[in-house]
Ligand binder design. Sequence first.
Ligand code: GDP
Ligand code: IMO
Ligand code: MG
Length: 436
Amino acid sequence: MNSNNVTVVGLQWGDEGKGKIVDALAANSDMVSRYCGGANAGHTVKVGDEKYAVHLVPCGILHEGVMNCVGNGMAFDPVTALGEVEHLQGRGVHVGPDNFSISEAAQVVMPWHKLQDTLNEESLGKAKIGTTARGIGPCYCDKANRSTAIRVADLLDADGLTEKIARVAGIKQVTFEALYNYKGEIDVEGITAEFIEIGKKLAPHIRNTGALLRRATAEGKRVLFEGGQGTMLDIDHGTYPFVTSSSVSACGVPAGAGVAPKSIGTVVGIMKAYTTRVGAGPFPTELDNEIGDAIRKAGNEFGTTTGRPRRCGWFDAMVVKYTADLSGVDELAVMLLDVLSGLDELKICVGYKVDGVLQEDFDPANLADVECVYETLPGWSEDITGVTSYDDLPANAKAYVTRVSEVVGRKVGIVSIGPDRKQTLVYNTGIEGIFG
Ligand code: GDP
Ligand code: IMO
Ligand code: MG
């Protein structure tokens, strides 16, 4: 069965502007569900003078009447989530059981996961991945290991949880001592008391979210799947090992939200008009120079989660063509086009060469030694942040978007020219009734 649903997926290395588009599309959706990752994500929504940065609560939370779900495929950090809920409520945003659900099958990020993330990165020295230190990798390790995992449903059974925490903490204590020469002591009693309390607070939100999403889909309602990270960080299809630990492409939606593959609906691929990356790993179009610095400054390219400066580079059509193909993208949203204003010329990477030979297939595991083949396009000097219709963009800006669409081989439905909701040019979207 095809559906009214929409999947929003990042096509680069994360931070493409997914939050802004999910917020825009949520206005005419019934439910929003995350399906991958956890508090490693940082999604920003700007509404007038207000700016919201969320990590675990889906971006549909700012719209009344939308149910927001933490999918079963997530690494859910309840401490961060509760802080986020309180923060939103403090700013007058309603968050309650009627608009925020957490899958009982999601994995719980425990304090030892965050500790291990840090200890492990320290032990790797120069070979570190540059994680967000949110415990994501260690939490998914335990998911795969099964016997040391704690799921959200476990938070509801105080006695079972007490036993489990004692057993797993004991294993972690000896493992960390052996692996990292860890001298500290995991506070079993403190963690137990804290997580029993958390279970009580979250209980009204804990549900079978897969069932909710499948029912809504069957009833013809619109569910929006909110991607985390970007496809080049996908555990299977990204620049391994410099990736995150979950399935972030649209391929991860069915397993991570508990819906049928055909229910992912229209796939909107979110891409920056250039490229950024946080953390270590190959980045063929990186500009480690004054142009990269100018892009970082104009785009305020500092991580939403960790505050780290993002590495910046030219638009890489090889990457986006690959990731758009992988997720079956129906249309592109080209974000942060305004950031490129003022550059004399712009480059787009349209091919890779290795030892002088043009590569036929894109291989995400072998990007370190590629030489980029660039096309150069003229820039534009006008400030485009106040433009209200695609047609009114400078000719060179339109030519740039057209060329991006051609080389990626996908149509562009949305162009974003600023962080605010209003700075969104919708000109060719195929999603019916999505914009009010
Ligand atoms: P996400 O992780 O994909 O949701 O993206 P982030 O929120 O981490 O990073 C995107 C940043 O770009 C945020 O600060 C947004 O407010 C901002 N942003 C989104 N769209 C635009 C745009 O079109 N222009 C500009 N200048 N900023 C944008
Ligand atoms: P959003 O949803 C950008 C990166 C980290 C690191 C690698 C592994 O905001 O686009 P992890 O903590 O997941 O084990 O780190 O992945 N990373 C992101 N980069 N945006 C994100 O999310 C990211 N989530 C993880 O910087 O390189
Ligand atoms: Mg982000």
